[in-house]
Design a protein around this ligand. Sequence first.
Ligand code: GTP
Length: 437
Amino acid sequence: MGLFDIFKKKTNTAAQTEASPQTAPDKDSDQPATTADSADTLDTPAKKSDSPKQKPTPDASEPQEQPTESTSISGNPEPPATDSKSQTATPEQASSTAEPTTTTEGKEAISQETGSTAADTAKYNAGLTKTRHRLRDRFNAFLANFRSVDEEFFDDLEDLLIQSDVGYEMALKISDALRNEVKLQNAQSKAEVSRVIVQKMAEIYYQDSQNQDYHLNINVQRPLNVILFVGVNGAGKTTTIGKLAARLKKDGQKVILAAADTFRAGAIEQLQVWGSKVGVQTVAHVAGSDPASVVYDALQLAQQEHANVLLVDTAGRLQNNTNLMKELEKIKRIITREIPDAPHEVLLVIDATTGQNALVQAKQFQKATQVTGLVLAKLDGSSQGGIVLAINDELHLPVKLVGLGEQMDDLRDFDPEIYAQGLFSQLFQDEAANSHE
Ligand SMILES: Nc1nc2c(ncn2[C@@H]2O[C@H](COP(=O)(O)OP(=O)(O)OP(=O)(O)O)[C@@H](O)[C@H]2O)c(=O)[nH]1
């Protein structure tokens, strides 16, 4: 049975949950406290132009020197002194909301193919609703104008795919593959052509995904797993950490959080609130203190307490700020000095609603630091979830986790198969309907 048939079969059997996804709320309104803060912590880059076949170019401002910021980074190898200002929130302070929201997951049968439950599939399908509808609408509009399979057809298809955020390279790859396939299968009618398009998109996507390691590098045998979260302001780092902590704790892991986003007072509190909700300790210093010192203290505590996982939040930063990137390097140096094979993951959190900008950000962060994987947050509020295809294809960076809402239970491991199914399932249905024409 081919991939197309597997998808078709699954599409027929899976519950077609089309629940309206939660809308991503407005970005955290907390403002940085200092002017240096606002200069250093840049907003998400401007939206991409709609002009077709415009290959996305990185933000005009490539990495460049910035004026010295008030918190100078010493060139000396640390260690930062253990700070007496260090505060940790105890699990006992956890409120009655400490437990993750109850789901029926435990009762669900686990798919032998993907290891995911039917509840996961339904969650993905719901989260991908906006993306799927956008793709379907564009796809249908494109096919409504179908006359014949000629060069103009393939040009228009490339435009459609680029505008659907699958990425420039991926769009060309799909259209090239289709040229051959349409000839090979002698597809001429609208129904035949649409079937081949969907089939090929799913196949190319699936092939691409085969070379990626989607698994989070957490090894229970390791004395301590350290995961560093990076990304621009408001992407969803803190929320992802909170949700991941809840999941790991539920799995029996001892987790500690490090509030190394000392740039924004609100960010420290936000992480502490998550720590308290989940029932794990959060190591924090006062706002404005050296983030590397927070990480050092958190490493000490995690080792003393025999924690399994340390999740480190960092300040929202854009990669074109050299000082902030140096700060991130310093954090990494301290981690590696304490635990030579750490950090075990550097996860770049990107906001799925930003479409092509997510790809631009990922490219720039990849240049500046060794990102090992991506978290695609706010997939539920995005109509541009096809960006996963572009990121996979252009950066060869695996998406490891996806955020499908703001609640504790709204984080999932990235599952390429359910993702592709969620993205293409509606198109398959349409293709089936078309075939009756
Ligand atoms: N719908 C939805 N909202 C999300 C998701 N993840 C995060 N959010 C929301 O996005 C907003 C920003 O998330 P944060 O976790 O504060 O982002 P951050 O990257 O830590 O931001 P800074 O602390 O400013 O660097 C918050 O309102 C979150 O509730 C998600 O998967 N789905």
